[in-house]
Design a protein around this ligand. Structure first.
Ligand code: GLN
Length: 296
């Protein structure tokens, strides 16, 4: 964006920064410009349109420019703004946590659907790899009788998740635990659902991700540094013997290639009623099974 000594109004500033983002290959340049300016001014995006002629002060313009500089370094909009929306819930995010995705909203919707039969009965859920806490917090919000144990290897992520739970007033029903699934002992049991969005991207696929994701989001939340099935299998291993009768395991997975391996893994672990369901882009995205004790 060309530097200019004279004061600009909202419209001109948006036009210029949109052009600049476009020239730098930022997707949805106009939206990015609007979000960042709205954030700078502490306004809603729509409010910008109502004040197109308003001149910006030098300090407003400077603040906006510094956000623009961050965005052209591919820093995701959500990290710059510091929050995102997950199922209508405000979730604080920073570089220590994955930015919640729409697919994961679908995962939570599936969970809610499956738990309908519990009709408000007190139930226990385990969320493995909670990240920002998005899944646990959404479940706690939508299911008033639920208590959740949420585990996560990253101490920094747990700090974000804890703040999110407090902000959303569900901290009293979520027990966050720092836990390394590969080496720490886990003693909690008796869950009605075990849910997880584990790092399922293979190391090989990492290089094809967009720079926003590759350069900014936490690697350990994205990939298992292997074939994409390693952490999924750890979650399945952890789940064994921890579900109540008719308890459900529900996992987000990495697409059609993982469909057959997942069916085998879940069946080998003793689950029945195994289902692979697709996201809105027709990618196999959700794997689930039911624990029926009489089968074992
Ligand atoms: N549970 C978080 C989410 O669904 C984080 C998942 C992860 O870090 N892999 O977005």
């Amino acid at each position: 964006m060309a530097n200019s000594a004279q004061a600009l109004n909202i419209k001109d500033l948006l036009d210029r920064s949109t052009e600049y983002f476009d020239s730098k290959g930022i997707e949805s340049p106009r939206l990015n410009a609007e979000w960042l300016l709205a954030h700078t001014l502490g306004k809603k995006r729509i409010e910008l349109y109502l004040q197109f002629d308003r001149l910006l002060t030098k300090s407003e313009t400077d603040a906006y420019r510094s956000l623009i500089r961050e965005r052209v370094k591919n820093k995701p909009l959500q990290y710059i703004i510091g929050e995102t929306d997950f199922m209508g819930i405000k979730i604080e995010v920073d570089e220590n946590v994955l930015i919640p995705r729409p697919e994961t909203e679908q995962l939570v919707e599936l969970a809610l659907e499956r738990l309908k039969t519990h009709n408000g009965r007190a139930i226990k859920i385990l969320d493995v790899g909670t990240g920002s806490g998005n899944i646990a917090i959404a479940l706690a919000k939508f299911l008033p009788a639920v208590t959740i144990t949420a585990i996560e290897i990253s101490e920094k992520a747990i700090a974000v998740a804890t703040r999110n739970a407090e902000q959303n007033e569900v901290a009293d029903r979520i027990n966050f635990i720092i836990h390394d699934i590969k080496s720490d002992e886990f003693t909690h049991t008796g869950f009605d659902m075990i849910i997880s969005n584990p790092p399922y991207i293979s190391l090989e696929t990492m290089s094809s991700l967009s720079p926003d994701v590759r350069e900014w989001e936490p690697e350990t939340a994205l990939t298992d540094f292997s074939d994409g099935l390693d952490m999924i299998s750890e979650v399945i291993k952890l789940s064994m013997g921890r579900l109540n009768e008719n308890g459900i395991i529900l996992l987000e997975i990495g697409g059609n290639r993982q469909s057959e391996p997942l069916k085998k893994m879940l069946s080998k672990a003793g689950y029945s009623n195994i289902k692979i369901e697709s996201d809105y882009n027709s990618h196999a995205r959700f794997a689930s099974g039911v624990f029926e004790t009489h089968k074992n």
